[in-house]
Design a protein around this ligand. Structure first.
Ligand SMILES: Cc1cc2nc3c(=O)[nH]c(=O)nc-3n(C[C@H](O)[C@H](O)[C@H](O)COP(=O)(O)OP(=O)(O)OC[C@H]3O[C@@H](n4cnc5c(N)ncnc54)[C@H](O)[C@@H]3O)c2cc1C
Length: 289
């Protein structure tokens, strides 16, 4: 058996960072995992004026965070987590073939509301998937669609073609470098996923495409797709004041728990979640200071 961490923190944004920084100061044995470090939204901000002691572009904010992260020795592990499973008082986190184990976990995966397809939530687990490695083999010999949010997902789309009869690829970015006999790059903008008990077509701006499954390959999957049995309001993780979820030992922080979507709220929640994880560990595993 591999190492079991006190806490696994998922998400390389400000909520995940503050949780990792706090976990380090609380002397927890943590692992901080994320698709990218301080990526996306942090860098995208034109000017940040509402966070204590910061006045400048998002890129300057990131620089300041990187300096602090190095100074404090907060270790980051680059990994896109595709599943979190709770079993026997532990969490198993998977990233392709790689796995991580922990006694508690903090979900700080942010939120991607923009760009959701109609029917995406409704057909989750019934033909809608966010992970080629997890679900690709279920579509052996079938026709499927893949909606790629960036070129980073081209390898996953090509992987799907190892199983599927045909993968219709919709690239939401200019240019692509997709290859494969069974890969077809399509024009048109995906609008909705439709079906009866399961997905049977993708609706695009150029018409309906009959498919058995739709893979939405994007950075941020909805939290309920990542963790089975997690209570949400459909969009946000339902949390208590200490940021605990309905799953014992699992906490959530940042945009993923709801509004306001702001750095200060995300950072504050990251801190609270780490303290709550420590309290949980002390109760359940009698971890001493
Ligand atoms: C253009 C823009 C400007 C903004 N300007 C401001 C501002 O000026 N002031 C302000 O207060 N707020 C601003 N915001 C809002 C602010 O960016 C968010 O509230 C904040 O970034 C939330 O932090 P977070 O850590 O919860 O989520 P995020 O910053 O979204 O970070 C989540 C991270 O988790 C990663 N992740 C997701 N799923 C997985 C997975 N399965 N495995 C591994 N990693 C994963 C993502 O890649 C991402 O890096 C702005 C937002 C945008 C888009």
């Amino acid at each position: 058996m591999g190492k079991v961490y006190d806490v696994a923190i998922v998400g390389g944004g400000i909520a995940g960072y503050t949780a990792a920084l706090t976990a380090k100061h609380l002397l927890l044995d943590y692992i901080w995992l994320g698709e990218s470090l301080f990526g996306g939204k942090l860098r995208a901000a034109e000017t940040v004026t509402n966070f204590p002691a910061i006045a400048g572009a998002g890129a300057d904010f990131v620089e300041a965070l990187e300096r602090q992260q190095t100074r404090e020795g907060v270790h980051f592990t680059k990994a896109r987590i595709d599943g979190i499973y709770a079993s026997g008082g532990k969490f198993l986190l998977t990233s392709g073939a790689e796995t991580f184990e922990s006694r508690s976990a903090i979900l700080a995966t942010g939120l991607e509301v923009k760009g959701r397809l109609k029917g995406e939530n409704e057909f989750l687990g019934r033909g809608v998937s966010y992970c080629a490695v997890c679900d690709g083999a279920l579509y052996r010999g079938k026709r499927i669609a893949a909606v790629l949010s960036s070129a980073a997902f081209e390898e996953e789309a090509e992987y799907l073609a190892r199983f599927a009869e045909k993968v219709y690829c919709y690239c939401l970015y200019p240019g692509n470098n997709l290859h494969g006999e069974r890969v077809e790059v399509c024009s048109g903008i995906p609008l909705a996923v439709e079906g009866t008990d399961r997905v049977n077509r993708l609706i695009t701006s150029e018409g309906a495409v009959p498919v058995s499954g739709v893979f939405l390959l994007k950075e941020c999957a909805p939290p309920q797709a990542l963790v089975g049995g997690l209570h949400t309001d459909g969009t946000h993780v339902s949390v208590n004041r200490d940021l605990s979820t309905n799953l014992p030992g699992l906490f959530a922080a940042g945009d993923v728990t709801g509004r306001p979507y702001q750095y200060a709220k995300a950072a504050g929640e990251g801190c609270v979640a780490a303290h709550s994880a420590r309290a949980f560990l002390r109760q359940t595993h009698e971890k001493s200071d």
